[in-house]
Design a protein around this ligand. Structure first.
Ligand code: F6R
Length: 255
């Protein structure tokens, strides 16, 4: 696991974008796993800049998003589908047919329909040849995608109940806590671990404890992000604040 500590969020975003761009240039048909939330926004802005100013071509790239709230239509302003369109896809030349965001309009009580969708999503990832590079954020509780503490480390795409902590963290995007969805469909920890490469981004003091646990703590389902220690090609890009609780720190990079 490579941990890159940056001065600030801007530097974090530029290093992350460079990595994604390198892959897309080397493999124009790359399969990207994408995250929503505030952490990758700078990365997405930089990719848009590279597309517009440097001709970075996404026309053959396939994307799979990690998760989606249940109960929000794709055009709901807080749906992850909408987020991805506004913050990335609308500004790039990604082929609509190659964009995959999990379906949010599922009935949590209809287990067969949910299972059918989740199996289909996993199969689509396999058919695309697997994810080459998975972008991840991390929750303050150490979740990755919506794999909340206690999620099986071998889990696959499924419906998850959001913890109160996560719902509270996300209330800033809604009018009230009641409006924050209770469930989400999410790639599993096992699904994420099958990506050929992981790129986890974290910034700000609020993420410091989760980053310490992820880098230095024991691997535990209670902090799902700790499983990235087992990945053969994982890079964490964290700003100084998110790295502030790491004890094994050297000038520049930490390996
Ligand atoms: C979003 C996702 C979540 C976020 C995490 C951090 O697709 O999978 O796990 O990455 O909640 O969110 P931010 O970046 O908003 O702090």
């Amino acid at each position: 696991m490579l941990v890159i500590v940056t001065e600030n969020y801007d530097e974090l975003s530029k290093i992350a974008a460079k990595k994604v761009a390198e892959l897309v240039r080397k493999k124009p048909t790359a399969v990207l796993g994408l995250a929503t939330g505030s952490s990758p926004i700078g990365l997405y802005k930089e990719l848009i800049r590279m597309h517009k100013n440097e001709g970075l071509d996404f026309s053959k790239v396939t994307t799979f998003n990690l998760d989606e709230y249940i109960g929000l239509t794709p055009d709901h302003p807080e749906s992850y589908n909408y987020f991805m369109r506004k913050n990335l896809f609308d500004e790039l030349n990604v082929d609509e047919r190659f964009i995959n965001v999990p379906q949010g309009m599922l009935d949590v009580k209809n287990i067969p329909a949910i299972e059918e969708f989740c199996t289909w999503y996993e199969d689509e990832i396999k058919k695309a040849g697997g994810i080459d590079l998975q972008v991840l954020g991390i929750g303050v509780n150490g979740h990755i995608a919506f794999n909340e503490p206690g999620s099986s480390l071998g889990s696959r795409t499924r419906v998850k109940t959001l913890t109160e902590e996560t719902r509270k963290a996300n209330v800033r995007f809604f009018n009230s806590e009641e409006e924050v969805p209770k469930y989400a469909v999410s790639m599993g920890v096992g699904t994420i671990m099958e990506a050929k490469e992981l790129l986890l981004l974290a910034n700000g003091k609020g993420k410091a404890k989760a980053i310490k646990a992820t880098v230095e703590g024991p691997i535990t389902a209670m902090v799902p992000a700790t499983i990235v220690q087992m990945h053969s090609k994982a890079t964490l890009i964290v700003d100084k604040e998110a790295a502030s609780e790491l004890t094994r720190k050297y000038e520049g990079w930490i390996v």
